[in-house]
Design a protein around this ligand. Structure first.
Ligand code: FDA
Length: 311
């Protein structure tokens, strides 16, 4: 089934497939398994539920590859509204905003997308840190990494605590990680969810897993805060062993998983005393996020197909 990953990611980029999937009446039910809802109120409700279980959150207002400034501005406004709503509900403290820079300007054409994304990200970071929350930059396809890491650097001059995701599957990441292990640096290590060519990325699951372990070793041996973004039981076990080997307490690293995936395991890790953060996507622009989830796990695809057949 792993062989289906690349074809699914490639197929999902087609606009006619996008139209087909987003118009299927059943899709909404299936999407709800992975997405916390469409509105700010839905997002706040999800945060309240997760916090009641002792889980921390990182919030993703869905959207990516935005090519017009009005849409980029609307995404910034959505984050600001969410931060305010979490503040009013007494839930902002310790929450994190996960931001895809391509949703807030980086992918603009005919405008300086890099500068636009930096200005947008600054607005979100300023509001988040003023409310007692924090921010993390998601990482997207390999063409965006230089710009994203530059923006991270700029944001950290005002808010040193801004974090970033790094994809183990990208060959360059081993070098990038070395630059990101200083004191206070927060890094979320993930395997990588994009369809990348062999020149820039490892292609087989075994190669990606080995790269993930190398990345964990670098991060755990460093001085930063480590965020283990994986559902993989082997990676979770290895992270715990490396934390112990490096004399790290549970306040120096955390585990993260996506909303709706391995929810029992999330609670189990929390019950073991680990800090656990759930990545909570919400909003109506769920297509890209959803198709990446279908591509990375056969069971998700089967779940989707079963829902189509039994409807
Ligand atoms: P992988 O998919 O390799 O699965 C390995 C094993 O984990 C499976 O064999 C199974 O045992 C277990 N498993 C996985 N899913 C399961 C399920 N649904 N139920 C039961 N068992 C399951 N990517 C990116 O490119 N940029 C980003 O910014 C982010 N951000 C991000 C944040 C967070 C918090 C997470 C968890 C992930 C991301 N990702 C991401 C996605 C990431 O790159 C990757 O595609 C997925 O996490 C899948 O890889 P895993 O390491 O989870 O396991």
């Amino acid at each position: 089934m792993y062989l289906l990953r690349k074809p699914i990611l490639a197929l999902s980029a087609s606009s006619s497939v996008r139209k087909l999937i987003t118009r299927l009446p059943l899709t909404r039910d299936v999407v709800n398994r992975f997405v916390a809802g469409e509105t700010t109120a839905d997002a706040v409700r999800a945060v309240r539920d997760l916090r009641a279980k002792g889980l921390q959150v990182t919030m993703d207002h869905l959207g990516e590859d935005t090519t017009d400034t009005a849409q980029a501005d609307a995404t910034v406004a959505a984050y600001l509204e969410l931060i305010a709503a979490l503040g009013e509900a007494g839930l902002a403290d310790g929450a994190e905003m996960s931001v895809k820079l391509s949703a807030v300007g980086q992918a603009l054409t005919g405008t300086d997308g890099h500068a636009y994304a930096l200005a947008s990200a600054r607005k979100i970071a300023d509001a988040a840190y003023a409310a007692g929350a924090r921010m993390n930059l998601d990482i997207e396809d390999h063409t965006t990494i230089d710009s994203t890491l530059q923006i991270l650097k700029e944001l950290r001059t005002d808010h040193p605590d801004v974090g970033v995701a790094i994809q183990a599957m990208l060959r360059r990441s081993e070098q990038d990680l070395v630059q990101l292990t200083g004191p206070g640096s927060r890094v979320r290590l993930v395997k990588g969810a994009y369809n990348e060519p062999a020149e820039v990325a490892f292609q087989t699951p075994a190669e990606v897993d080995l790269a993930y372990v190398r990345g964990l070793k670098t991060l755990m041996a460093g001085d930063g805060y480590v965020m283990v973004g994986s559902h993989d039981p082997r990676m979770i076990k290895i992270a715990a062993a490396l934390a112990e080997e490096n004399g790290r307490g549970t306040d120096t690293y955390e585990h993260q998983m996506l909303f709706g995936i391995r929810a029992d395991e999330q609670l189990k890790l929390r019950a073991e005393g680990k800090t656990f953060r759930v990545y909570v996507p919400y909003g109506s622009d769920w297509y890209g996020y959803f198709t990446r989830r279908l591509a990375e796990r056969p069971a998700n695809l089967l779940f989707f197909l079963r829902a189509m057949l039994t409807r």
